[in-house]
Every structure is written in structure tokens, then in C-alpha cells.
Design a protein around this ligand. Sequence first.
Ligand SMILES: Cc1cc2nc3c(=O)[nH]c(=O)nc-3n(C[C@H](O)[C@H](O)[C@H](O)COP(=O)(O)OP(=O)(O)OC[C@H]3O[C@@H](n4cnc5c(N)ncnc54)[C@H](O)[C@@H]3O)c2cc1C
Length: 430
Amino acid sequence: MKVAIVGLGIAGLRAAMLLEASGATVELYEARGRPGGRLHTIDEGGGAIYEAGGEWIDSDHNRVLSLLSEFNLEPDPKSNHWPGRVVYRGKSISEDSLWSDAMEDDLRVEAAAKEMCRELKLPAWDNPQHKELDERTLEHFLREHTQSERGLWWVTSRYRSDEGDDPENISLLGWLSMYKLYVDRDGDVMSAFRFPGGARSLCESMLGKIQGQAHFGKVLRKVHQDPLGVTLTFDGGVTTKVDKAILTLPPPALERVVFEPALSVQKRCAVEACRMSRAIKIVWQFKEAWWRDQGWGGGMHCDGPLQQTWDGGLGEAPILTAYVCGREAAEWVRLGDPVRAGVFELAKIYPEAAKTFERGWVHNWIGDSFAHGAFSSLAPGYVLEFMQHIGVHEGNVHFAGEHTANWAGFIEGALESAERVHAELIEPQA
Ligand SMILES: Cc1cc2nc3c(=O)[nH]c(=O)nc-3n(C[C@H](O)[C@H](O)[C@H](O)COP(=O)(O)OP(=O)(O)OC[C@H]3O[C@@H](n4cnc5c(N)ncnc54)[C@H](O)[C@@H]3O)c2cc1C
């Protein structure tokens, strides 16, 4: 069986590895000039190395952790980053001694979420009796279960960071279904590890293990199916004919591809309805790691426009990363010089930032031509009406990528989707 895999993010790479191990012949096509997609470790020279895209691995993301161990890579623990600081209305405290009103609200939200998600089934769309939850937003839920202004700000900040967008854009059912995946976790499993040496080394190792040829700079434009197989056409008229194709493109990129015959109405509606979160990273290099000298790891949630920072350096150079989501992110990328504007904002809290700033970069995923956002986010109404159709194959064309998984949005979800398409292609023939 000859299979073309389009999109060499981690979903496409993993699908290729699994299919080859089962005896299929694979051909790989990628629009960018590199593998990894939304996993993108950047080396700017001079020891400035950081993740521009996906970065954190939760301790129960078992597929990611076992993939790392397959390549003898040890996950890098975040323990030196925690506790972070929390800055609200000019006051700064450590995350492990949060103001009691904020902590109580946090616990109230967690208790209510745990209670509600126990009633839910997985996958998320298997809850038709909870239409009302799908139409409600996470913002509504957070307001309902908090009692102080500071507590509401804190839980909003926390969950906006997880969701990559403002809680007003997230379906409560979608959020609770994701929460259910964590409900029986022990302690703090979120963002427990990073990729050792950056995600790039894993993606390159994966590519190195694949026998099939990888073609870079190939933008898929057309997919034609007939009884003899699937013909893919890329920019510049390059074509290939295969038995099966796996498309891992994020939904907005998929929308730009022509299908002959057209995709089913359910699939087209699902692709169009799937929203991408608005998250960006602003990265600064400083002369010295002034935050470490102050005895903290660089992690911060603040009520200003920078929202969240952490020590993002993977090399020698002192690097801080700001992770900004939602409406605020869309505003940052409209600025002429978000890097300097960011230093100005940071210096309002930490004057050392302005004094020691050297250079910086902004990674605008909202404007990225092959992602159009950071990761799929479950908008109100999406889960029950559209989500179940997004990963279903249409004839010999199969769909993978984080947006098609239970672990939607995560690296873990991208790997989950690779396992699913592998089973779709291989098991029926076994
Ligand atoms: C800023 C940011 C922070 C994140 N943080 C985390 C995190 O901490 N933890 C976590 O688990 N996840 C995180 N994520 C999400 C995670 O990175 C993604 O879920 C995962 O990498 C998606 O993998 P994928 O293979 O499904 O998609 P992608 O990596 O997007 O792969 C799809 C590939 O298709 C290619 N493509 C698109 N259009 C075409 C076309 N027309 N023709 C050919 N190729 C095409 C793309 O170039 C891309 O390489 C983050 C993402 C971002 C952007």
C-alpha cells in the first residue's frame, strides 16, 4: 500500500513511522522548509535557543513521553521554573502563596468542574443531552463559581493560558471534556516537562527514522479521488498518485484545498466551524538573567497585557518568553514593534528588563500561513454539532492532526490522531 502523508508536524511524522512499521510505503509532503509544524525550536545564534511553538508536556501525556523514550530522550523537568509570580494591581506574590480569595475561587472552580465532568462521556460529542453546556461559555462558568474580582481574574488568566484564547470563546462542554481527561490526576501534572534540547531534536530524529522520501516546500492545492486511488496536486503542478492519503493540515489550511469530488457537507461544515486559538509568543534575550538573580524562575501571570512569562531559554543566552492569548494577542501583533513594546511593559514591573534587553522576536501564529492560529479551540456550539465529523475519513482520504483527537490542542492529541489513522489504514486489512 502506498500512502501519501501531507503535513510533517508531529502527527504526520508519527503516522509515517507507524505505517512503515506495518509495511506500508510512505511519501511525505510538507509546505514549509522543515519538519515539526507547530513544534518549532529556533536557534538565533549566540546561545539564544527557544521554542516558538509547542513547548510543555504534561506528566500524563503518555504518548509523548513514550515517544521520547523510544529515542532515548529524557524529558526535561520544569521544577526549576516553579513557583512563578503572580502580579495583580501592582502587587506581586509567589504562586505558592496565592491570595486567599483567589485560592478559594480557584478551588471552587475546580470542585465544580470535577463534579460536572464526572457526568460526561468521552468523546466530547457523545453528550447530546448537554446541549446547554455546549452553548454556554467557560467565561460564564468562571463567573458563576468565583466570588472575588481577583479570583475571577486569576482563574481567567490560568484557563486562558491552557485554552490559548479568552474563556468567552470556549464551549463549557468542550472545556469540561478536556478537564475530564485530567480529573483523576495526582498533584500538579500540567506542564511538567519540556523537550530535552528542544522539540526539533525529536522531530529530526523521527524524520531520520522514516525511509519514505520527504518533499519540503510542497503546498497541497488539490485532492482528487477515483476508484483507482488518490491524486494529490501541489503548488507548481507537482502531482502524485497513491492508494491512500493522510492529511494532517490544520482546519483553516484544509479549507484552502480543492477536493474532487467535494467533501461531504458535514465535513466541510466541521472544518469551517473549527476555530484556532489566538496565541503568540514574544521572546526577549537579555544580557543577564536578572530574574534568576532575584531567586525566581521567570514564570509570571500578570494582569497587564503580557499575561504570562517564563524562562524560555534552551541554550546559554538568558531568554524570557511571553505567551499572550486571545484578544490581547490579536492586538499585540498589530503593533509596529511588539518586541520593544513588550520590554516597555515588562519594565513597568521589572525595571531590569529595560536595562539589560539585547534583542527579541515575535512569533505570530495567528498570521502563520500554514496554521492560522496556535491550536484548535472548541468554540461554543462546536462540540455537539461539528466535532465528530472532523476526523472521519472520506473514501481513501484520511484526516489526522491534533484537531481530530480527544486530546485536541495538544502534542499528545497529534500523536493520538496518528495512532487512529494508522489503525484505520492497517487494521481493516489485517
Ligand atoms: C505558541 C504555541 C504554544 C503551544 N504550546 C503547547 C504546549 O505547551 N503543549 C502542547 O501539548 N501543545 C502546545 N501547542 C500545540 C502543539 O504545538 C500542536 O498541537 C501540535 O504541534 C500539532 O501537531 P500537528 O501535527 O497536528 O499539526 P502541525 O504541527 O500544524 O502540522 C501540520 C503540518 O501541515 C503543514 N501544512 C499546512 N498546510 C499545508 C499545505 N497546504 N500543504 C502541505 N503542508 C501543509 C504545516 O506546515 C505543518 O507542518 C502549542 C502551539 C503553539 C503554536
